[in-house]
Design a protein around this ligand. Structure first.
Ligand code: ADE
Length: 271
């Protein structure tokens, strides 16, 4: 590996500043952040670089809530600001995703135990070989990739969610039959692409055995890892990332996002 090419470029994490800080809570779009409105009491707001950071409390905990907009760069910018400017002690992401695992359905919720930036790597012979962000995507360099959820934190998250049942999704919300959303732990993929393609969805499932695909989570993990702070990413499925996802996403996004928000409120207790 080249000097300076490790996952965190050799920067030492200093958690002392973060220890007593607020939780940083990120959503990408209005349909996701809307579900925190009734539970979040804003005390002040601060605008930086076009992002509005709302400082306040949620269920008795200090939280800074922000709508990042779509994509990895937006998520990385707000993550950095939450950590450096607001001293967040942990990062949480709540939002929707496309389903990749055929066993999952719209409304199901996935807690990420592994986050992979599926669009970072080397293109050779028409195929993308994924590398860890920051690692030179060249033969001879470390091919391991993905941000693994800390096992201790995963155990706490599982305990906090055990026995939880989410409200049934109405037939209107699913576009089919009313159903109880499932809660899963698994792999979430992140890339700067909205997946509207059966072929790509199948390839991603074969390659990564992933449960869901979205556009921000693994960049939050990348930034949190550099700071040495914990993070949790929770995603509800608004669509199945295939040929219908451009229609399913707007139809189910608002209702699906409620599931992720519900879990995040419970998971805030373990950070
Ligand atoms: N977020 C919600 N649905 C998605 C999809 N199909 N692709 C990427 N991100 C998503």
């Amino acid at each position: 590996m080249l000097p300076g090419s490790s996952a965190n470029n050799g920067i030492k994490s200093d958690m002392t500043e973060q220890k007593g800080g607020p939780l940083g809570l990120i959503c990408a779009i209005p349909e996701e952040i809307a579900h925190f409105g009734a539970h979040f009491r804003a005390e002040s707001t601060r605008d930086i670089a076009g992002f509005t950071f709302q400082q306040g409390s949620m269920d008795g905990r200090q939280v800074v809530l922000v709508e990042a907009g779509i994509g990895k760069v937006n998520a990385a910018v707000v993550s950095t600001l939450l950590l450096q400017v607001f001293g967040a002690r942990a990062l949480l992401f709540s939002g929707v995703a496309g389903g990749v695992d055929p066993a999952l359905a719209i409304g199901d919720v996935v807690v990420a135990t592994r986050l992979v930036q599926h669009d970072y790597g080397a293109l050779a012979d028409g195929e993308l070989k994924v590398y860890q962000p920051g690692v030179p995507p060249l033969p001879g360099f470390d091919e391991a990739h993905g941000y693994e959820l800390d096992k201790g934190l995963e155990a706490k998250a599982r305990a906090a969610l055990s026995g939880l049942t989410l409200p049934a999704l109405s037939a209107e919300a699913t576009g089919g039959e009313a159903r109880m959303p499932g809660i899963h732990f698994g792999t979430v993929l992140t890339g700067d692409q909205f997946l509207n393609c059966e072929t790509s969805r199948d390839r991603l499932f074969r390659t990564f055995a992933a449960q869901a695909v979205e556009m921000e989570g693994a960049s939050v993990a990348q930034v949190a890892t550099r700071w040495g702070v914990p993070y949790l990413v929770v995603r509800s499925l608004s669509d199945l990332a295939g040929a219908d996802s451009h229609m399913d996403f707007p139809a189910f996004c608002q209702a699906a996002a409620a599931g992720a928000a519900e879990l995040i409120r419970r998971l805030a207790a373990v950070l």
